[in-house]
Design a binder for this molecule. Structure first.
Ligand code: UDX
Length: 454
């Protein structure tokens, strides 16, 4: 099918590339002219594992084209709206880009279009789009509006899109439901050439859930808010473990063995970040309160998450006595591994707090340094963990990159001023760290002291 995708961010670019990968003819537009020209010249505007290959392969195969929004609107029967819906100061989602695209479609199109909202939007956005299409239609546009929330995670976007747990479709007509099924058929049947797993044994059952638009829109906010709540819950449990001398990794293991709870998203740490959870929790609170529902539960989830940084810095201060003038190495800037994204990353307010308290901070991240430099331009960005740790009184683990898990302890011990690791992601096994002569403080687990300090 000829499909247009408007917006080439994480969701838009992954959607465009993967729909082309499964056989559709896709036209992807981007209003940011700098980003668009990069894409038209084969340069990736963001770091996402495997995505560059899928984009290149499908451009070369002639199934993926980049261009203007006008050309995208004229291109295909289905138009996926994947523009940004950033948070407004009051926490509401900014829907001005969605409105602008809807209006352009209404003013331009003769004939039929299936308009698919894929950006994360508050409930009832679909009905707003319908209303504005009717108001601004110039040539008697015939249309359907569908909701198709995306659940891909940064760092595994291509795999999540091609091997989803579920595909949620919100529609108000059989015509729209049939078209959406036709679009996703190759993924529902897992019949496509998988760009990640050569002999793709990972073809897994996925649910194709058809519902009404409002319910589909709510599924997205409710799912992300529930996952965020799960993380805040285990973070609270980890604080209790620290006080009573229990081990949160055992507690979460014990909890997770119950399939009603499940062991995923039960990793305590320095808090959830990224461009989804923080803003989706805020937007969901606003949606609920504007509808007269007091979502105090989610307000608590948010508060607990904001407290993670304070709690983490307390641990550092407790060990260092005072922070002023101390050299501190921060390993990890991205909000999670396998991405260069630092939006709402815990690392940023953490480093700012340390700087405000007079610490001398140096940092290292395998991918996210250039993005972080835009937010924190004054600190040194190092080429490897050892350069960052040189002369450090404490090493803080903030993102659980794999490369940190195989650190060279001898080399590290040789460069630090003090052998102290405060881990915000529990990437190490405490006795092992102590065996390498380091004092190790982690989340919700007993501190590990080297022989010499016991
Ligand atoms: C999330 C949702 O997972 C995805 O379905 C949705 O489409 C977009 O938002 P993403 O933001 O890429 O994806 O990150 P995710 O992997 O969900 O992690 C979110 C944050 O939670 C990260 O900061 C991560 O470090 C943190 N996290 C995750 C925890 O602190 N503990 C956990 O157990 C899991």
């Amino acid at each position: 099918m000829k499909i247009a995708v408007i917006g080439a961010g994480y969701v838009g670019l992954t959607t465009a590339a993967c729909l082309a990968q499964v056989g559709h003819e896709v036209f992807c537009s981007e209003s940011d002219t700098g980003k668009l020209s990069k894409l038209q010249n084969g340069v990736m505007p963001l770091f996402e594992p495997d995505l560059a290959t899928v984009v290149d392969d499908n451009r070369e195969a002639g199934r993926l084209t980049f261009g203007s929004t006008e050309d995208a609107i004229d291109w295909g029967k289905a138009i996926f709206i994947c523009v940004g819906t950033p948070p407004l100061p009051n926490g509401d989602a900014d829907l001005s880009s969605i409105e602008a695209v809807s209006r352009s479609i209404a003013k331009r199109v003769k004939g039929y279009r299936l308009i698919v909202e894929k950006s994360t939007v508050p409930v009832q956005t679909g009905s707003q789009i319908r209303k504005h299409l009717a108001i601004h239609s110039t040539y008697g546009l015939d249309y359907d509006v569908a909701s198709n929330p995306e659940f891909l995670r940064e760092g595994s976007a291509v795999g999540d899109f091609l091997h989803p747990d579920r595909i949620v479709v919100g529609v108000e007509s059989i015509r729209a439901a049939e078209l959406m099924r036709e679009i996703y058929e190759p993924i529902i049947e897992q019949k496509f050439v998988c760009p990640i797993h050569k002999n793709c044994g990972t073809a897994k059952e996925n649910a194709f859930l058809v519902t009404d638009t409002n319910s589909a829109e709510l599924i997205k906010h409710a799912s992300n808010s529930f996952l965020a709540m799960k993380i805040s819950f285990i973070n609270m449990v980890s604080d209790l473990c620290e006080v009573v001398g229990a081990d949160v990794s055992k507690v979460s293991q014990g909890m997770g063995l119950d399939p009603r709870i499940g062991n995923v998203f039960l990793n305590p740490g320095i808090g959830f970040g990224g461009f989804c959870f923080p803003k989706d929790v805020q937007a969901f609170i606003r949606i609920a309160e504007k509808s007269g529902c007091n979502f105090a539960l989610l307000r608590e989830v948010e508060k607990i998450n904001q407290q993670r940084i304070v709690h983490f810095v307390d641990k550092v201060r407790k060990e260092l006595w005072s922070i002023r003038g101390k050299k501190i190495a921060v390993l990890g800037l991205a909000f999670k591994p396998n991405t260069d994204d630092v939006r709402f990353a815990p690392s940023i307010p953490l480093i700012q707090t340390l700087i405000d308290e007079g610490a001398v901070v140096s940092v290292y991240d395998p991918e996210a340094s250039s993005k972080a430099k835009e937010l924190l331009p004054t600190i040194p960005y190092c080429g490897d963990p050892y350069e960052a740790a040189a002369g450090a009184e404490a090493i803080l683990i903030v993102t659980e990159w794999d490369e940190f898990k195989t650190i060279d302890w001898k080399r590290l011990a040789g460069v630090v001023e003090r052998r102290l690791i405060v881990d915000g992601r529990n990437i190490f096994n405490p006795p092992e760290v102590a065996a390498h002569g380091f004092h190790y403080i982690s989340v919700g687990r007993l501190p590990a002291l080297p022989e010499s300090q016991v």
